[in-house]
Design a protein around this ligand. Structure first.
Ligand SMILES: [Zn+2]
Length: 148
């Protein structure tokens, strides 16, 4: 944990105790470099809930998102680093939307990200996600890519 005063990396915990009725841990830290003391709180990150089209609500599973993105990107020239970035920035965006998010929100975000990274992956994902009825939809989607 970086010192907020001088920016040094060497800080040590001088006190640690439960806070917020046990939902958080409050730590006093001291900077080894300038001696400043500051407080940090550790809390569990609230789980994201997803509302399905059926109305059912279930916990968001990053693993499922990652698999969906990986299968769209199969054999595409996109680095592991980039793939991880996509998953993380989608997760971040979902968190910003506030829980529960709609399953459509997830699909929309995946489409947005894939579209920016790889058109083939985008079309693969879109063809599954949008449940294309036939070649016409696919052509429409191709045409919309050209407009972008
Ligand atoms: Zn300091």
């Amino acid at each position: 944990m970086r010192c907020p005063l001088c920016g040094a990396d060497d800080t040590r915990v001088v006190d640690s105790r439960p806070a917020e009725s046990g939902h958080a841990i409050r730590r006093r830290r001291e900077c080894e470099s300038c001696g400043d003391r500051f407080t940090t709180y550790e809390r569990t990150e609230a789980a994201i809930q997803v509302r399905k089209r059926s109305g059912r609500v279930e916990p968001f599973m990053p693993e499922k998102l990652r698999r969906g993105i990986e299968s769209a990107l199969a054999d595409r020239p996109v680095s592991d680093r980039r793939r991880l970035d996509i998953v993380q920035s989608i997760e971040h965006a979902l968190r910003a939307l506030g829980s529960p998010v709609g399953s459509d929100d997830i699909g929309r975000l995946v489409l947005e990200h894939l579209r920016a990274v790889d058109e083939v992956a985008y079309l693969r994902f879109a063809s599954v996600y949008k449940e294309f009825q036939g070649a016409r939809d696919f052509e429409k989607e191709m045409a919309s890519l050209e407009d972008a």
